[in-house]
Design a binder for this molecule. Structure first.
Ligand code: GLC
Length: 556
């Protein structure tokens, strides 16, 4: 087996890695984070107030879920005005203040850009549904019969029976890839393309540092295709990039393209489309690898991972605000994931698992540390979902994906310190089941406990950020004689950090071939201990259950 898969990233040592190449991103659901005015709903001033907490965690960018006016039938991904802030969350002025606070703390702000669809309450659609000839009718995709584009899958398969919905007002069907109340925009209409580019400029002019582009693969439709990843879609995404590039320094574009590796590569273009894309295929592979105690799922995905053009990077993540999606993996792996991580039916949603990280891993701290060790040592940006740093649980009684979007837990006080409102007024209940009760899982308590997960994660992020080799360097998988141990190096210009990951719940020995680094001394990046220098023979490491090591291979 060829064990030299590369995640190739920009390696030209003459060029400094771009500002976005190694972000530690914190995903914030503003509604859930901190309520500043006591109405039971988190808001922008509340978030601004907690920027210090985010900075102290070592975060370098926040990504905000949609903050725009919306009827909130898909938590704000159903937008009714692209140029304002939802009144629950504050005002445009509050948003400007948040930008200032974040920037002053050295934190970039990335917002969601929902390009594919609007809410059916958007003025464009309210006019469009009156029929042909009415303003904005051609902003959407219509058909007299619901049989066009028949090769297109249904994404929200638990709720939607078709990608077409009948509009009685104009006696036509309209096209939608998500909920029926989210009509898709018609990108064949040059007016739609122009409007969207203006919306992009609006937010960039306000000072946002970039966008997480929602549902990027679905913009155009063509008969006889899956209506995903079409060349026309890539061409428009490149138009967004051109606009982002007119700003200085250029603003960043992060793709939500839930696709297998081969389809992901084109989202980077030749360095002229997205700067970053979530590594959707690697995410479930990490969960598979840890449960099977086998590095094979990781090796397979890494081998299939395309090399990236200069200036592009992956965003590695474990969980986010959606279900843990299993759309882009093999059917057998999906069945394994469901059996392993979603035993009860209510844990499943569409082709995914609607659980937070901690309950998913049954609270196994060692496993969770190992997973974070992976995303902090693999190339690219690492993403953290709010609350995972304090071991937050989920609430399966709440429908859709709401169970993983409950209020942030700050303290043992009223409503976990999230809001001063009466508990029944909160937009969602705080987690209070015995195992994950906020009394034990909150920022205050974790801060005060030196051994808490929060403090552990802060230290790891610090170590990660302090080592230049975790920034933009090449990754190479190394041969070991034990498939339960996943070994790789991050290397640049003769310097190397060795990363060893024991995927098993038992202690494991592994011989790692390090002859290229003969004479070097492995020095633990975390504690500083030095091991005996590397000789000619493979080096024997003994690794504790679910443990990981990061060693700098130092020339002494
Ligand atoms: C993206 C979002 C998801 C939303 C969907 C439709 O996948 O992550 O939360 O429901 O787009 O906008």
């Amino acid at each position: 087996m060829d064990l030299q898969p590369l995640i190739s990233v920009r390696t030209n040592p003459a060029v400094k890695p771009p500002w976005y190449a190694d972000l530690v991103i914190y995903e914030v659901y503003v509604r859930a984070f901190r309520d500043s005015n006591g109405d039971g709903i988190g808001d922008l001033p509340g978030l601004a107030d907690r920027i210090g907490y985010i900075r102290d965690l070592g975060i370098t960018a926040i990504w905000l879920l949609p903050i725009f006016p919306s009827p909130l039938r898909d938590d704000g991904y159903d937008i009714s005005d692209f140029r304002d802030v939802h009144p629950d969350l504050g005002t445009l002025d509050d948003f400007r203040k948040l930008l200032d606070r974040a920037h002053a703390a050295g934190i970039r702000v990335i917002t969601d850009l929902v390009v594919n669809h609007t809410s059916d309450q958007h003025p464009w659609f309210r006019s469009a549904r009156n029929g042909p000839g009415h303003p904005f009718h051609d902003y959407y995709v219509w058909s007299p019969t619901p049989d066009r584009f028949a090769g297109t899958r249904i994404i929200f398969s638990d709720t939607e029976r078709s990608n077409w919905t009948w509009e009685p007002q104009c006696r036509l069907h309209y096209w939608h890839r998500f909920y029926a109340h989210q009509p898709d925009l018609n990108y064949d209409n040059p007016e739609v393309r122009r409007e969207m580019l203006e919306i992009v400029r609006f937010w960039l002019d306000l000072g946002v540092d970039g966008f997480r582009v929602d549902a990027a693969p679905y913009l155009f439709e063509r008969e006889g295709t899956t209506c995903e990843n079409l060349p026309e879609t890539h061409a428009f995404l490149k138009e967004i990039r051109k606009v982002a590039d007119t700003y200085s320094p250029p603003r960043v574009l992060l793709a939500e393209a839930n696709q297998p590796p081969a389809h992901l590569a084109p989202y980077f273009g030749s360095g002229d489309e997205f700067h970053l894309a979530f590594h959707f295929p690697l995410m479930p592979a990490m969960f598979l690898a840890i449960h099977r105690e086998d590095s094979k799922p990781l090796l397979e995905v890494l081998q299939a991972t395309p090399s990236l053009p200069d200036g592009c990077q992956w965003a590695m993540f474990l969980r986010n605000h959606d279900e843990l999606t299993l759309e882009s993996i093999a059917e057998a792996d999906r069945a394994y994931m469901f059996d392993t991580y979603a035993g009860a039916k209510e844990m499943r949603l569409n082709l995914g698992i609607r659980r937070r990280l901690w309950p998913l891993m049954q609270g196994g701290r060692r496993q969770i540390e190992l997973l974070y060790g992976l995303i902090l040592s693999l190339p690219g940006c690492a993403l953290l979902y709010y609350g995972d740093e304090i071991g937050m649980g989920d609430d399966l009684r709440l429908g859709d994906r709401n169970g993983v979007r409950t209020p942030m837990q700050w303290s043992t006080g009223l409503n976990a310190g999230f809001s001063e409102a009466a508990p029944e007024r909160l937009y969602a209940p705080v987690i209070s089941d015995p195992e994950y009760h906020y009394a034990g899982r909150n920022v205050d308590s974790h801060e005060r406990t030196p051994t808490s997960f929060l403090n552990w994660l802060r230290r790891m992020i610090k170590v990660h950020r302090a080592d230049p080799l975790f920034r933009g360097s090449k990754m190479r998988v190394l041969y070991t004689d034990n498939p339960k141990v996943f070994a790789f190096v991050r290397e640049r210009e003769g310097q190397a950090v060795l990363c060893l990951n024991n995927l098993s719940r038992y202690i494991q020995p592994a011989r790692v071939d390090l002859h290229e680094w003969r004479g070097r001394v492995p020095v633990d990046l975390i504690g500083g201990a030095a091991l005996p220098s590397v000789g000619n023979d493979p080096v024997l490491f003994t690794i504790a259950p679910h443990y990981f090591y990061w060693f700098r291979l130092e020339q002494r």
